[in-house]
Design a protein around this ligand. Sequence first.
Ligand code: CP3
Length: 348
Amino acid sequence: MTLSPELYNSRFLRATRCEPTDTTPIWIMRQAGRYLPEYMQVRSQVQFIELCKRPELAAEVTITARERLGVDAAILFADLLPILEPMGLDLEYQKGEGPVIHNPLSTPSEIDRFRELEDPGELGYVYEAVRLIRRDLPADIPLIGFAGAPFTLASYAIEGGGSRNYVATKSWMFRDPSAWHALMQRLSVSLVRYLKAQIAAGCQAVQIFDSWAGCLSPADYREFVLPHTKAVIDGVKDEVPVINFLTGNPALLPLQREAGGHVIGLDWRVDLKEGWATVGHDVGVQGNLDPVSLYADLPTLRKRAKAVLDAAEGRPGHIFNLGHGVMPDMDPQNVIALVDMVHEMGQR
Ligand code: CP3
């Protein structure tokens, strides 16, 4: 991708290359979500899935959130799961229940119903949103695209929704490794096509969300997941910086690093200094304030944000974020205050 000098030298993209910045860049996972009145206003008129599929609305909520918070990057408004529709699954977002798949791949024998994404154009509404967002974002603000990692998507495809213990997913994996690898390969091939189309439409970086892979032991992550996540990252890493994000299991950090990424996303369960030492200072890190810190009073929030900055020791390559997404009932003023604090305290 050819980048304008403004984008190339933006705080966020410099940090993905571990280059020094004037202050620490910050963005917030789920920054365009339900805690924002502007989002709820748009959302009161359309269902969530419709919002994802209407590029002009998706672009509006992306841009409004970026402006309102003053963060250093925008993230595309979309969702992890719609890619599963053209692959053969019937997806619905139910009020108060979260996503539901009506025809999950409950057993390995059902794998034949699960097709590769042959034509990434079936998700054309996503790339159209990317084009509109890129057109209207300030020239020095990068746009982050994203996708789910193969494991996290497989868990929805198999469980049919969220899960506590991933019993169906892991049983598949343990009982029929060859069907499991076939499933993961269909996902990884599809994800590379999808991400490349996002990049071609105008994303300057991508984040891979392996939100639920923390339920695995290191040995199982290595055998059943790592090669597939690595295939996705390898497929796009020469085009744009990749953020490899996983939650819930710091014991997986060395393997997460092995799977790849210019930046490793850390949740709050690991001390940032230790986590960075574990993955190596030749990659960047993103994180890792506990999202619940935003419920504290502002002086406490400031102390907690400072602790994260201190753990990064002013090293180039730190992108400030929460360890996971912002909660839906958060007061936007606290999020704005956090962004200002990080920009102020992160100055070199
Ligand atoms: O970060 C951003 O602002 C970009 C947009 C984004 C959304 N979801 C919007 C959304 C991103 C990056 C996601 C990722 C996502 N989606 C994940 C990974 C999550 C993570 O934080 O690690 C997962 C597991 C999904 C699937 C999904 N989508 C779930 C489980 C839910 C229900 C969540 C809930 O608490 O109800 C969604 C819906 C969703 N995705 C909403 C938003 C703003 C809320 C939708 C609404 O009701 O308006």
